[in-house]
Design a protein around this ligand. Structure first.
Ligand code: URA
Length: 246
């Protein structure tokens, strides 16, 4: 996976942008053809910010992709990955012009799960959203194959222990309907363990038959966004995201 980063060594920024090879770099520096904000630079290890600084190689401006943020409603059958040899990916759902360098889904939903996926090419921000220390809340609408009894919310609130002994942080369960053979619920978790929701319900003794993420990090999946569709985050939403995670 390519982590998008706009703050890095000068030589790395230039080489990654395809403006010079490693060998050409030395020659360009020696012949004073590299400038940052109009000043000739000679130290290849100088740290630059390609979003804020004007970096030129033999007069040619270094341009990096603008930051992109999308909220997508993943349909079942699509994988939350950048590439896959067998299945359609969330990136395949983006229009060509939105498939910018370094774009990736922040976190994963199983192939058979649906719902809210955020995508960005701001690698550090995406990485921070996934870091366990941030405890980003994720809420799922879930259907299971049997009854959920009144003891279920307390079972989830006490921190579920998977059948393999892994323990989870407290989760909030709301039962929406319950009957033998089919129940519906909403569950909020603050971690991102592999198959976490399915394993939590399995520990309770029922099997998840349908799973849809309906909120993530304060973003809600709108009814107006059909499966497979996506929208750009607004400037206001990006500002809030950056306030918490940049
Ligand atoms: N938990 C799961 O088990 N699956 C998902 O896709 C997301 C959370």
């Amino acid at each position: 996976m390519v982590w998008y980063n706009h703050i890095m060594r000068l030589d790395k920024a230039i080489i990654e942008a395809g403006l010079a090879s490693r060998r050409q770099m030395k020659q360009l520096l020696r012949s004073q053809q590299i400038t940052v904000d109009g000043q000739v630079v000679q130290r290849p290890g100088q740290i630059v910010d390609s979003h804020l600084q004007d970096i030129r190689v033999a007069g040619q401006k270094l341009v990096t992709a603008k930051e992109s943020y999308f909220l997508l409603n993943k349909p079942a059958g699509v994988v939350s990955a950048c590439s896959d040899s067998k299945f359609q990916t969330v990136l395949d759902l983006l229009k060509e012009e939105d498939r910018v360098p370094g774009i990736f889904p922040i976190g994963r939903l199983d192939r058979d799960s649906e719902g809210l996926v955020l995508l960005t090419n701001n690698g550090p921000l995406g990485f921070r959203m996934l870091h366990p220390k941030h405890h980003v809340d994720k809420t799922y609408y879930v259907e299971v194959n049997d009854a959920l009894h009144p003891d279920a919310p307390a079972f989830f609130e006490n921190g579920v222990t998977f059948l393999d002994g892994t323990s989870c942080k407290p989760a909030q369960l709301t039962i929406l309907s319950s009957q033998k053979g089919h129940s519906r619920a909403r569950v909020t978790i603050s971690e991102g363990k592999f198959h976490q929701v399915k394993k939590m319900f399995l520990a309770y003794g029922v099997k998840v038959t349908y799973l849809k993420r309906i909120s993530f990090g304060g973003f809600e999946l709108e009814d107006t966004l059909p499966a497979g569709a996506y929208r750009q985050l607004s400037q206001e939403e990006i500002k809030v995201l950056k306030k918490y995670f940049d």
